[in-house]
Design a protein around this ligand. Structure first.
Ligand code: 16G
Ligand code: MG
Length: 539
């Protein structure tokens, strides 16, 4: 039944009074959505409900996803982000509306802002709205889900609660729902559908190959633990051996604590308490399982990190070789950020001869750049990433007439890889299967994988400054434009170091700037990082 604008206003206001905005906080929808202390998020999540419904209505009732998670952040934090119909990140122009609604001071202002967005975008508020949502394992999750439901009810949106999922699982579900009646349905829009699709694809990709190396996975005591165990059960122990550790989801305070992908990558060391066997393969997920890094220790107990750059290189090599065998002519491209180790970019460009594009940090930037290739491989060094097969690439592969069994094998493997890889967003579980499947094909352990190139020693430093917004960059964040004069000082320092490289950018998720430095030796990389950081301290 159609309602009047007045009735709508009062309905939203009625619910909104139950979710008052905490005073003195400025909220911003950033690279990872809204993210802050869970106790401050109630009003924000309620308002995200309003926005999700608007977004769905704007897109003719296509289903929008809302994920409640704070990824690798400490247990008391939480966050919320929207997922667009094809399983992509929210369209950037809508981030402003999200920020606007979140910051409305009063219930009145909120309803006005809401109607203003609807009017500006010509949204029919009586049309259907469909939203699905899920959360990670954080203690603040259930209360935030209640706030979200109130937001959805306030604007009469239809919704389905998928309860606890990894972030990439929800992205998968959103895409499945919105492609269900198209010529290329993505899969069954359920958690089981996700496991079935990945398990079947993994079995096909590795058919006739030896079992991949046994892998021990640190699940950061987050949602990835139980989900990975379930996935492993679908695949079966005849095909893969996955040993999950750090899977205490009920010990909420242990989430991401001295373990997980972010800890291992930034500290460049093992999760606390892990006692690795030499030359065995290990991996760490983050708190919502959209990110993964691998590692191992060698016979001399030396720790070796196999990060997003190493994953990209392994995958690029494998796909390039399969294409060469198959004879299908498709263009492969790699997308990295400024954080990619210089050695990886050199290996990809000079040895594999695959074009490398560099974008600013943040999944959405890499994702869009990867869409420009037939097969676009993107990974951030921190372990976020996936591979995108364009529609035309899929058609070429599906219609290819193989001349011999070798070609047929290669094409079948490529097609199953496309099913194995979660193409909506980087997915730690899917990436884990991708890597292990490649290792199974190559009959490699982690040390053989690591041989492709040697990382330049590097250091990442977090520096708290007075105003991080004063740091403006260009050239995919590799150079500072402001504060004026600073880049010239960095250049002068970098010149003194063999294979030196350093850049400074404002964090999108924390109130700080980050300094990255790499150089020929560990000592020099550390020194360069310290010297560049010192430049910032005088500001
Ligand atoms: C967010 C981004 C991640 C990026 C990181 C950078 C998504 C889903 N996540 O976690 O891609 O690497 O921010 O953080 O886009 P920073 O701006 O604090 O360095
Ligand atoms: Mg994450």
């Amino acid at each position: 039944m159609d309602s009047t604008p007045q009735e709508r206003l009062s309905q939203i206001a009625k619910f909104s009074t139950l979710h008052p905005r905490p005073e003195g906080h400025k909220f911003a929808y950033g690279t990872a959505g809204f993210r802050l202390l869970g106790s401050l998020l109630d009003s924000v999540v309620f308002r995200v409900g309003l926005l999700a419904a608007l977004r769905s209505r704007k897109l003719d009732g296509e289903t929008i996803g809302v994920m409640i998670t704070a990824s690798h952040n400490p247990p008391d934090d939480n966050g919320v982000k929207l997922i667009d119909p094809q399983g992509e990140m929210l369209e950037a122009s809508w981030e402003t509306y999200a920020t606007k609604l979140a910051n409305a001071e009063t219930d009145d202002e909120l309803t006005k802002d809401y109607l203003a967005v609807a009017e500006a975008l010509k949204i029919n508020l009586d049309s259907p709205a469909n939203v699905v949502f899920a959360r990670d394992t954080r203690a603040s999750g259930p209360a935030l889900v209640a706030a979200l439901k109130d937001g959805l009810q306030a604007v009469a949106a239809d919704y389905t609660d998928y309860r606890i999922l990894t972030t990439p699982q929800l992205h998968y579900v959103v895409k499945c729902i919105n492609t269900a009646t198209t010529a290329t349905p993505y899969g069954k829009p359920t958690e089981e559908g996700y496991y079935e699709k990945l398990a079947t694809a993994f079995q096909i990709v590795t058919m006739g190959k030896p079992k991949p190396p046994v892998i021990t996975v640190d699940a950061a005591n987050g949602v990835g633990g139980p989900k990975l165990k379930e996935l492993a059960r679908y695949i079966g122990s005849d095909h893969i051996d996955i040993n999950v550790v750090k899977d205490e989801i009920d010990a909420v305070e242990k989430l991401n604590h001295q373990c997980g992908a972010d800890f291992v990558k930034t500290q460049q060391k093992l999760p606390l308490g892990l006692e690795p066997a030499s030359l065995e393969l290990y991996a760490s997920l983050d708190g919502d399982a959209d990110r993964i890094v691998f590692y191992y220790v060698d016979e001399a107990s030396k720790f070796h990190l196999l990060d997003g750059d190493k994953i990209a290189s392994l995958v690029a090599m494998f796909i390039r070789d399969l294409l060469a065998v198959s004879g299908v002519d498709l263009q492969v491209g790699i997308v990295q950020t400024a954080y990619a180790n210089g050695s990886s970019s050199k290996y990809l460009t000079d040895i594999l001869k695959v074009p490398v594009t560099v974008t600013p940090t943040g999944v959405k930037h890499l994702h869009h750049a990867a869409q420009l290739f037939d097969i676009g491989i993107y990974f951030e060094a921190n372990g976020h990433g996936t591979v995108l097969f364009s529609n035309s690439a899929m058609k070429s592969l599906e219609s290819f007439e193989a001349q011999n069994p070798g070609q047929q094998d290669a094409v079948t493997t490529l097609l199953s890889l496309a099913a194995l890889i979660n193409q909506t967003v980087g997915d730690a579980l899917s990436d884990l299967l991708l890597v292990t499947a490649i290792l199974s094909h190559k009959v490699w352990g982690p040390d053989e994988w690591n041989l492709a190139y040697t990382d330049l020693p590097n250091r990442l430093v977090r520096v708290v400054v007075k105003d991080r917004m004063a740091f403006k960059t260009e050239d995919a964040e590799r150079r500072l434009v402001e504060p004026k004069g600073l880049q010239a000082q960095i250049d002068a320092l970098v010149k003194k170091y063999k294979s030196g490289r350093s850049f400074v950018r404002a964090s999108g998720t924390e109130d700080a700037v980050r300094v990255y430095a790499e150089a020929a030796t560990r000592l020099e990389a550390d020194e360069l990082a310290v010297k560049v950081s010192d430049l910032l301290k005088v500001l």
